[in-house]
Design a protein around this ligand. Sequence first.
Ligand SMILES: Nc1ncnc2c1ncn2[C@@H]1O[C@H](COP(=O)(O)OP(=O)(O)OP(=O)(O)O)[C@@H](O)[C@H]1O
Ligand SMILES: Nc1nc2c(c(=O)[nH]1)N=C(CO)CN2
Length: 171
Amino acid sequence: MALVHLGIGSNLQKHKHIRAGVQALLHHSGLQAQNVRLSRVFRSAAVGFAGRDFFNLVMSFHTHVAAGQVNDICKEIEHEFGHSGQVAKFSPRTLDIDVLLYDQQVSAAPVQLPRAEILENAFVLWPLAELSPLLVHPVMNQTYARLWQNYRLEQRLEPVDFNWSLTPTSE
Ligand SMILES: Nc1ncnc2c1ncn2[C@@H]1O[C@H](COP(=O)(O)OP(=O)(O)OP(=O)(O)O)[C@@H](O)[C@H]1O
Ligand SMILES: Nc1nc2c(c(=O)[nH]1)N=C(CO)CN2
């Protein structure tokens, strides 16, 4: 089984969309996610454009599904919750789900792995370091705890008290 880490973000109706996105991933019959773990949810100012604050978190799970198919499922769930696929890179978004890591796989296409944003954005690296501190970045050869320790934080980023109210997977 592969260990997958996803980055999840929203800055439009963010409570609703983050909860719905996580719920959809938990229940997706094609993904069969096991040992699901969630970081805390973090609030940060929009990076790259002037807009509402974002909520971001990282989810990890084990799956038998290949990386390309995990990516397809993420895009399918994004579209279900309003991300049209047409939005400019730096613009408001209902739900963004990106594959950050797929085991220690390094690839450029069809899925960029590890996703470059891990090293660029605190709203990705902090929740990732919180969830999997001792995992090693396959290119940098450093743990996420160490990478986060050395990150120069220049943006406002804070954990929020998020009301999950998720439906258990057995239902
Ligand atoms: N690691 C990855 N995670 C998510 N999408 C990826 C990844 N690697 C390649 N892609 C592809 O990149 C394309 C753009 O998707 P992406 O979700 O990155 O766009 P976006 O939502 O407009 O921008 P962003 O997610 O950077 O805000 C998609 O077709 C997706 O399949
Ligand atoms: N804080 C924050 N800023 C962003 C984010 C995001 O998830 N969080 N996503 C973007 C487009 O991918 C652009 N800017």
